[in-house]
Design a protein around this ligand. Structure first.
Ligand code: FE2
Length: 170
C-alpha cells in the first residue's frame, strides 16, 4: 500500500512534484495517478505528421510532459543521456521497443518489447538500453512523461544504419 493517496487531478500531481518526491518517490507517485482522460484532454494537441509533445511544467531538475499519439505514430530510437524517464499511459496503449545500447549493431538489435497498458508505469535509463515508443493501438493514446534531465540533449539513433545524431527530445 502506498502512503501517497490516489492522484485524481493534475494540480494534485504538480503539488506532489513540488514537494520533492525523490527518485524512489517518482515511481510511487506515478503509480498513484488515477486520472480520467478528461482531466488532461484540454491540453492535448494532435497532428497527422508526428506524435505531439506538450510541456506541462519544467523545473531545474525535471520536466513533466504530455505526449499525444495517433495510431502508428512513433518516437525515434533515443537514449536519455544522464537522465531517467518514466511513462504513465493515461489512455490507450504504447509499445516500448528496447535496443542494446553498447553493441550498436546495424540495424539495431531489439533486446525486448514491452506493452505499456493504460494505467501502467514504465521506467528507462541508459543502463537499461535505448528505446523507441510506438502507438500500436488502433486508437489515440495519451501518455504522461517525467524526465529528470529537462535541458539535456539526447542521442537519436537511425534504426537501420545505427547512425547517431544529437537531439532535443524533451
Ligand atoms: Fe524515452
Amino acid at each position: 500500500m502506498s502512503t501517497i493517496p490516489k492522484i485524481k487531478t493534475l494540480p494534485q500531481l504538480l503539488k506532489l512534484i513540488h514537494s520533492g518526491a525523490g527518485y524512489d518517490g517518482i515511481a510511487e507517485m506515478l503509480h498513484q495517478i488515477d486520472f480520467e482522460y478528461e482531466e488532461i484532454e484540454h491540453l492535448c494537441e494532435w497532428s497527422d505528421e508526428s506524435y505531439q509533445k506538450i510541456s506541462i511544467e519544467k523545473g531545474d531538475s525535471y520536466e513533466l510532459m504530455l505526449m499525444c499519439w495517433e495510431p502508428d505514430q512513433e518516437s525515434p530510437v533515443h537514449d536519455h543521456a544522464s537522465g531517467q524517464g518514466w511513462i504513465y499511459v493515461v489512455t490507450g496503449m504504447l509499445q516500448e521497443l528496447l535496443f542494446y545500447k553498447d553493441d550498436v549493431a546495424k540495424p539495431l538489435e531489439i533486446k525486448f518489447t514491452e506493452t505499456i497498458n493504460e494505467g501502467d508505469v514504465s521506467y528507462i535509463n541508459d543502463e537499461q538500453g535505448i528505446h523507441k515508443i510506438v502507438n500500436t493501438n488502433h486508437e489515440r493514446t495519451v501518455s504522461l512523461h517525467y524526465y529528470t534531465n529537462p535541458s539535456e540533449e539526447v542521442t537519436v539513433y537511425d534504426e537501420l544504419s545505427g547512425e547517431e545524431s544529437r537531439f532535443k527530445l524533451h
